[in-house]
Design a protein around this ligand. Sequence first.
Ligand code: NAD
Length: 270
Amino acid sequence: MAYGLLKGKTGIISGALNEKSIAWKVALRAKEEGAKIVLTNAPIAMRMGEINKLAEICEAPIIAADATSVEDIENLYIKSMESFGGKVDFVLHSIGMSPNIRKGKAYGDLNYDWFLKSVDISALSFHKFLQTAEKLDAINEWGSVVGLSYMAAQRTFPFYTDMAEAKAMLESIARSYGYRYGKLKKVRVNTVSQSPTETSAGSGIGGFDKFFDFADKIAPLGNASADSCADYVVTLFSDLTRMVTMQNLFHDGGFVNTGISEDVMALMEK
Ligand SMILES: NC(=O)c1ccc[n+]([C@@H]2O[C@H](COP(=O)([O-])OP(=O)(O)OC[C@H]3O[C@@H](n4cnc5c(N)ncnc54)[C@H](O)[C@@H]3O)[C@@H](O)[C@H]2O)c1
């Protein structure tokens, strides 16, 4: 059901790789709520071509940008503003990748060049999105920037290796830049800490299936789906959450505050 929450708003959505991507669902919901959007992803991800389907449904231009390149991000904002005929109201950062996870490296055997790559792609890029927007004055007052995070920023999940550090940095950037951008332009910056979700990035993590089931049994509401994440993110882009900033917001069915559940205790019974 649509409520017209984003009527008249414009936004940039990164990270839609395929139909399972959280960003894909956010793009569909943003369009449904009345926004005009631009889609972006790394040039290499474009080659898969799936994003073209989404662009057609959303009537959205696609502007390629490697999130580690300030030059690409500048071009992204400039072209987006040209396309909208004005500044941007919201930005979704839905980008994450760890070469160490991809190559199955354990936490005690990390490749440090890859570690830096994980941080650059998954966290520093958030700062690059924000700093470039500020320099180009690309975001309207009361605009909203959302990044996607995971609870390994606060609590240890062994298989998440260097992405835990990247997410901790991502959430810290939301606080630090949220302060700065709030003061300067009343732009709010938040991260949404999402349940394990079956996507390319999610399923690439070792033991994902078991962990997905465990989280689902712990959370009183069960795991939050990508669709419900999109609903939540859309509210953060809307004018209904204008005073929410510098927050890491858990969207996890209650997992973070649950010690143990009856379902998990039943599994332990011999
Ligand atoms: N899936 C989960 O379990 C889960 C849980 C919590 C948070 N998240 C976070 O949600 C976000 C989106 O992930 P997803 O689960 O939808 O998976 P996904 O694989 O669909 O999306 C990740 C995206 O990052 C993009 N990307 C990678 N390197 C890039 C680069 N250099 N420049 C630009 N884009 C680049 C990929 O092309 C892809 O579109 C990520 O930040 C992820 O860490 C995922």
